[in-house]
Design a protein around this ligand. Structure first.
Ligand SMILES: O=C(O)[C@H](O)[C@@H](O)[C@H](O)[C@H](O)COP(=O)(O)O
Length: 223
């Protein structure tokens, strides 16, 4: 397991933001464009703050979430709202947001359109993932209704999943899309997640969905 341990969370967030910006810069110089895929949840806010202040050719960066909770954008549970408030501002305000939400009663109603929009920006240049203590990543939750299909090599780019631990229905990038990313970083903090990720290494992908990217990823951890 490739794990970097940082002295504290502030240093982790700054160092990882710097690493991500450097990798995006390489894609921009080489291809004239780049894509950045990021988690929602409670952990990545400080990285978003740091990234939004970086001088990059943000107009040519497509930004999208790993997954979204099927709630309106004004909900405090909306990951899109977090992105808008913390990442897509300052220098990064001109980045191109690729949506994972479009108002409709069920995520299935919007899958075709959202998938088409996303497919144009694959493969992902830089993928940042979070992880829950139950070893889910994106919205690939252990025990989710369609988990096996979402882990399969031939899964579509986006799927709608439901899981008890997830709360509301979710829309998520699937395992093959995550695995195909050029650079993969996992951001975790605290003792519980450290124990969980070490445990995941010995489990199957359905028991520990984070396993799907574990061999390719760099894990960034601070207490
Ligand atoms: O919508 C979400 O919840 C995320 O994208 C999810 O995969 C998240 O990264 C983990 O659940 C960790 O969440 P925390 O950072 O809040 O612990």
């Amino acid at each position: 397991m490739n794990l970097i341990e940082y002295p504290d969370r502030d240093l982790l967030m700054l160092a990882l933001a710097d690493k991500i910006a450097g990798q995006l810069g390489e894609f921009l110089r080489r291809d004239g464009k780049a894509s950045l895929c990021v988690p929602g949840g409670t952990t990545p806010g400080p990285i978003f703050d740091a990234l939004s202040a970086v001088d990059l050719d943000w107009t040519n960066v497509a930004v999208f979430l790993n997954d979204e909770r099927w709630v309106p954008e004004d909900s405090p549970r909306s990951n899109t709202r977090l992105l808008r408030e913390r990442l897509l501002r300052d220098k990064a305000a001109v980045a191109q947001l690729v949506p994972l939400y479009d108002p409709a009663p069920r995520p299935e109603d919007r899958l075709p359109g959202l998938s088409e929009g996303l497919a144009a920006h694959l493969p992902i240049s830089v993928l940042l993932l979070g992880m829950g203590a139950d070893m889910h990543t994106a919205s690939l939750f252990p025990g989710a209704d369609l988990l096996e299909q979402a882990l399969a090599p031939d899964a579509p780019v986006l799927m709608a999943l439901r899981a008890e631990a997830a709360g509301e229905p979710r829309i998520t990038l699937t395992a093959p899309v995550l695995k195909a990313a050029m650079h993969i970083h996992i951001l975790i903090t605290g003792a519980e997640k450290r124990t969980a990720i070490e445990r995941a290494a010995g489990l199957s992908e359905s028991e520990a969905p984070i396993r799907t990217v574990l061999d390719q990823a760099t894990i960034h951890w601070a207490e």
